[in-house]
Design a protein around this ligand. Sequence first.
Ligand code: HEC
Ligand code: HEC
Length: 451
Amino acid sequence: MRCPYRSTAESRENIVQNISISRRLIARARLVAAVACTATLLSVSLAAAAAPLAPPPPAPPAPPAPTRLQIIGEQLFNDANLSEPRGTACIHCHRAATGFADNHGSRLGVPIGSQPTALGLRNAMSNAYGAFVPTFQFRVVGGDTDAIGGHFWDGRADTAALQALGPFLSAREMNNPNAAAVVRKVAASPYAPLLKAEFGARIFDTPDLAFQKLGVAIAAFEATPALQSFSSKYDRFVAGDVAFDGNERRGMALFMDTQRANCIACHVMNPASRRPADNLFTDFAYYAEGIPRNKVIPDNANPGFFDLGLCGPNRQRPALTPVVPVTVTIEQFCGAFRMVSLRNVALRQAFMHNGFFKNLREVIDFYSTRNSDPKRWYGPAGVPNDLPAAYVANIIRDKAPFNRPAAAGPLFSPAETDDMLAFLRTLNDGFVIPAPGVPPVPVAPIVQGRK
Ligand code: HEC
Ligand code: HEC
């Protein structure tokens, strides 16, 4: 007997690689076939040994069939003809295999756009789990005023539909001169008839309206379960379907330890809850963490240039709302960037808003030694080097792990760092429970420069 799909590892790769809804459905079917096939093979060999056969683990339910609007969105998302020059699609900077954020061949921490000389200002951001991003707002909890929500590292787009239109016209991304140029390309595409069926036969006659509709379709695609799959080992652990190994268990305990690592205070999770919204690993709040300056970003060649996140340069400073106490000023948010979900983080190529870190171990080291070894991060002066002096006081210092006294040394031992990494790797989507009797698929080790 010969199985068409050789290993669960292959099926897993399939699921992780494809965010295409249609291909994903096929991948699911192949996975079910692979599990069934493995089970059959097992039953043949185990029958000979007269051992009892445990039932195969349940396959996750198939996602609902995509709507026409979502299919249009997916076509737009994958269409490399919609850039100037042609060749760059949304998916080039948002691939599932690299944690839904990808720097399009750049190793500098910021992406290359459709023009090979156009480097971005910020690291690509994951577009997965974006359906949960709240609109931008201020929130006051326990005396703390936080900014939360909005799309992008600086929250400047209020809805996913508006966000989706930004990259088409950005010179650093897809570089189209205007909305009409994008709409002309879409009108000439093989999927143009789908747009006419969805929005009316004359939709392309009004380019501005058509352009808005492209955003609506992409947002519908980005809200599909393919991008919110909750299919990680962590999710199966929460559901009680799989156990964590020792490293993963210790890493999770460390993540949740409010006295030390305190990751949970911001990257919100609750393994006792099966509600997806309780396990997003972010509360979408903004903080200035004092991330070191990424000197290879072209804008940073000017020592007087600073990316201040909520205070620009890519947005107007947000207006404070009536809930904000009068003692709080917008200047206190300069240098703050929006927290991202840690789901799929171990697959990413670069970390933080400016892509300074190129591997996840370095990120954990930064959390561990920012206060005790500042020279390692900021150079000989040992002071935060990516904010003007006036805003250095905005850097968070009043909560663990950021309140650790310098003299206390690193927060994590090397073994604890390994545990934390093991736990973070359980957040990669596309986890497949090994069939009974088949040894678990080893999780790829994290190596320097390549997660
Ligand atoms: C050249 C790379 C590149 C391309 C192409 C690109 N993006 Fe992005 N994407 C980025 C970067 C960089 C950011 C963060 C930008 C910022 O915060 O200023 C981002 C942010 C996002 C976000 C915000 C996620 C969040 O949580 O707020 C979404 C959604 C997104 N992109 C979707 C898209 C869509 C849809 C397209 C195609 C129309 C696209 N991107 C094309 C690089 C790219
Ligand atoms: C006070 C809130 C806060 C705490 C506590 C916190 N983080 Fe973060 N985390 C953030 C913010 C905000 C960002 C984005 C910062 C930026 O890019 O400037 C971030 C980014 C990250 C990233 C990079 C994600 C990416 O895709 O670029 C990782 C990894 C991470 N945090 C892990 C952790 C771990 C592990 C802990 C516990 C040791 C932790 N965080 C504690 C707020 C927090």
